[in-house]
Design a protein around this ligand. Structure first.
Ligand SMILES: [Zn+2]
Length: 231
């Protein structure tokens, strides 16, 4: 077990633990003080990005309040990038808070829950996917997540309509959230079912395009637009 209580062999399979060297240096687009921005494989649509805290075995709802301003700045940076480079005025962000109820890792597939906020440069009606099964709570901002959900698994979503979180009203719904796989559902909703698993569709070509676009964007922004501001 490591210090968080995750078996060492499970920890070694975590994609988002930087010590495991799953990402090339150039995939890490920004390193903040507690979180980083990465362009991972699994480009179901070109432009897929993730914002992750460095720490493993958690969900965003378990982070201290001090972690949220940086994540919000990175989210804004990604939104600006999507708007400029992908002409996407209405992007989609989501986090599967599977660890929100205290679970540390997936017992079936043996990977740790490592919080990551996913960004897509497309509009996706997440309410259509989730609204039937789960209860929606609207949030003013991402930092409201811990107080809104408490200790339970959840799905956080930000679209043009604002921030919200989906929670379960019953033990079975909470179990479903803890074990849910959202990406295949998003892929199906977007009509690209064959891209629902990053192992089946890593999207290497899309990733290389994304890295080129991001570098160009940073260069053009000359140190302002492509960096999260501290104020
Ligand atoms: Zn991890």
């Amino acid at each position: 077990m490591n210090s968080e209580g995750i078996p060492i062999d499970v920890q070694a399979r975590c994609v988002f633990c930087l010590d495991n060297n799953n990402f090339r240096d150039e995939q890490i687009l920004f390193r903040g003080s507690t979180s980083y921005l990465v362009a991972p494989l699994g480009q179901l649509v070109e432009g897929y990005l993730a914002i992750a805290p460095y720490a493993c075995g958690n969900s965003l709802s378990q982070l201290p309040p001090a972690a949220f301003p940086e994540i919000a700045r990175l989210q804004k940076m990604v939104e600006d990038f999507y708007r400029v480079e992908y002409a996407s005025a209405d992007s989609t962000f989501y986090e599967q808070g599977r660890a929100g109820g205290g679970a540390l890792y997936d017992q079936t597939d043996g990977f740790p829950y490592h919080a990551h906020l996913c960004g897509l440069a497309v509009t996706c009606d997440m309410h259509e996917i989730l609204g039937q099964t789960f209860r929606r709570l609207d949030l003013n901002e991402l930092a409201d997540l811990p107080s809104a959900v408490g200790v339970q698994p959840y799905l956080y979503v930000k679209t043009g309509n604002g921030h919200c979180v989906y929670v379960g009203d019953s033990e079975s719904a909470r179990q479903a959230l803890e074990h849910s796989r959202l990406t295949p559902q998003i892929a199906e909703h977007l009509g690209i079912e064959d891209r629902g698993s990053w192992r089946d569709y890593p999207g290497e070509r899309e990733l290389e395009n994304l890295l080129i676009l991001f570098r160009q964007y940073q260069k053009r922004s000359t140190g302002s637009g492509a960096r999260p501001h501290s104020t």
